[in-house]
Design a protein around this ligand. Structure first.
Ligand SMILES: [Fe+2]
Length: 187
């Protein structure tokens, strides 16, 4: 099992222990990185700002998810929990769609767990079917998660994270990943 998959499963294990400050910190890191990568890729200034907003809000569906789970039986099987976790991008989109956010922000959030090879969720989009904002968030999200401490492990160092991400390069848009690498190495 890859580190990212293990992370996803641990997230499922821990979903009932939603940690708001950790989630907010994660949002801030993703927001800053997404802005920098969008700039590096030459997106319009307005889009860069919008992606910073999307980065801050991308996991907001997890808040709904905890309400959803806590309103039900407390003993869901892991498979059930995984199903709920996989709903968070759609729940976030649903929560925000009537609140005046642009389509660019909304679709970046809805598709931030799509993989470039078509193995992601919610819609198994492939390659350029995935909106550019979501392809950027995907890379920044994985990096931010792996470089942070989790209740069940300490943070990986940047060099290790880069190796882990290259092992799973199939998940990412190569052009986005290369821009991201330039940002990280210039920091
Ligand atoms: Fe997410």
């Amino acid at each position: 099992m890859s580190a990212a998959q293990a992370d996803a499963e641990k997230t499922a294990d821990r979903i009932l222990d939603f940690d708001l400050s950790a989630e907010l910190n994660h949002g801030i890191v993703v927001s800053n990185l997404a802005y920098a990568v969008a700039s590096e890729l030459g997106l319009e200034q307005e889009s860069c700002y919008e992606l910073a907003v999307a980065g801050m809000l991308h996991d907001i569906g997890k808040l709904k998810l905890t309400e959803y789970i806590n309103g039900r039986e407390r003993d869901p099987l892991l498979i059930e929990e995984l199903k709920y976790v996989r709903m968070h991008s759609t729940l976030g989109y649903e929560e925000l769609k009537d609140q005046g956010y642009s389509e660019f922000v909304l679709e970046s959030i809805l598709y931030h767990h799509e993989n470039y090879d078509g193995t992601g969720y919610p819609d198994n989009l492939i390659g350029d079917q995935i909106p550019i904002g979501a392809r950027i968030l995907r890379v920044c999200d994985v990096f931010a998660a792996l470089t942070s401490d989790r209740p069940y492990r300490t943070a990986f160092d940047v060099a290790t994270v880069m190796e882990l991400m290259i092992d799973e390069i199939k998940n990412f848009d190569m052009e986005v990943f290369l821009a991201f690498q330039r940002i990280i190495h210039n920091k």
